[in-house]
Write a protein that binds this ligand. Structure first.
Ligand code: ZN
Length: 403
């Protein structure tokens, strides 16, 4: 609660966590150039710039479910992605991790080209807790995680055993989890979320150091930058440590007042004229408020549905509801490309220098905002897939780089 109040105070002063430090581009030798042409209907000068966020959305909202609890698959995933939400379902801990048994059509924003994209979250998981049995297990199984990953959910490293107590080998916790996910799911995680709990004083500093020195681009911890980021200028993403804030149900099970308070804060953030990225967490999303650190399913459903109705395709379509890694990678690339264009009459030639992109990245995409009163057509460039709205709104171009 205190954190919330603090956040509102900070925002009311128009004060955001923001860095615009110089970003060193150490090695430009492996960069490559892509080019493509735009054919305008008039000779009026067009302006092109890289969009602050994918699809030129006004704000990005990233939401992570910690600890790999089964409710993620039983309730959150079908609600957001579309599907049958589990009936109430008591697990091995006698805790109801199910939902209301309804069928969801999914919650969506659009890509600006008429395609609906489902809301996606991240899972911060501990490989040591993942198993296939018993049937009423409290944690996710490997096939369940794989299905969510394949649907675009991000998987973040949360340590192999969620160990925090005195005597924990932090480095082993970080690396064993990396290995476990690589072995079982076939990819390398690149962001770390410090497990919370009892431990030596400032134990989280050890986790931060070991994660950042072993292949992770960012760490969500107790203290750090965020959770709101102003992203209209260059952002310092290098060895980034962020502060984790949670959305949690209260004891009040008769109204949605607690959720309304969170939604109100979010609304005050996204009402700012500048584009922002907001990052939050919870634990379980089943009917019971798991360990009193979770969102009860009715609260979760209310919260996400309200977001979708307001900022998704059913509302003003201003949200990019995407997990942490996806947004991080967009901003990383956005801040490192160089765009150049020349216009001769109705023809615009665009050249973009692309830096070497880290292997662990899932995405290689860039949106361009084009300012022109003219409709336009485009021919596809080499090594990239282009989407554009030249025939309708003539505002947006989206580039997907081929590997
Ligand atoms: Zn945790």
């Amino acid at each position: 609660m205190l954190k919330r109040i603090l956040l509102i105070v900070i925002l009311s002063f128009g004060y955001f966590t923001c860095f615009s430090n110089e970003i060193n581009q150490k090695d430009s030798s492996k960069s490559k150039v892509i080019s493509f042409k735009i054919k305008l209907k008039s000779e009026e000068k067009a302006k092109i710039k890289v969009a602050s966020l994918k699809y030129n959305k006004h704000f990005a909202y990233s939401f992570t479910l910690d600890d790999g609890y089964r409710s993620a698959y039983l309730t959150a995933f079908p609600l957001l992605n579309g599907g049958k939400i589990s009936n109430p379902d008591k697990n091995e801990w006698k805790i109801d991790q199910g939902g209301d048994g309804t069928t969801s059509k999914g919650l969506f924003y659009s890509d600006g080209f008429g395609n609906k994209i489902p809301f996606k979250l991240a899972l911060a998981i501990n490989g040591g807790a993942i198993r296939d049995l018993p049937a009423n297990r409290g944690h996710l199984s490997w096939p369940e995680i794989k299905e969510m990953y394949n649907a675009g959910w991000d998987i973040l490293n949360h340590g192999f055993h969620h160990a925090t107590k005195h005597g924990t080998n932090y480095l082993t916790e970080v690396n064993e989890n990396t290995t476990s996910i690589k072995q079982n799911l076939g990819f390398t995680m690149s962001h770390f979320v410090v497990p919370g709990g009892e431990g030596d004083e400032k134990y989280y500093l050890e986790y931060e150091k070991d994660a950042l020195n072993n292949g992770h681009f960012s760490v969500a911890s107790y203290y750090g930058v965020g959770p709101v980021f102003k992203i209209d200028s260059k952002m310092n993403l290098d060895k980034m440590i962020t502060a984790r804030t949670f959305v949690q149900s209260s004891k009040d099970t008769t109204s949605f007042k607690t959720m309304d308070r969170y939604l109100k804060t979010l609304d005050s953030i996204v009402k700012q004229p500048i584009p922002v990225w907001f990052n939050e967490f919870t634990h379980g999303t089943g009917n019971t408020n798991l360990w009193n650190l979770s969102m009860r399913f009715p609260d979760f459903k209310y919260y996400m549905t309200t977001l979708a109705d307001k900022y998704g395709v059913k509302g003003n379509d201003s949200v990019w509801m995407a997990p942490w890694q996806e947004v991080y990678e967009y901003i990383w690339l956005r801040d490192r490309i160089k765009i150049d264009y020349t216009q001769k009459g109705k023809d615009v030639e665009v050249k973009i220098v692309i830096p070497e992109i880290p292997e662990a990245f899932r995405y290689r995409e860039i949106s361009l905002a084009i300012e022109t009163s003219s409709k336009f057509e485009m021919e596809s460039g080499k090594d990239l897939i282009i989407k554009n709205d030249g025939k309708t709104n003539h505002k947006l171009i989206h580039l997907k780089l081929k590997q």
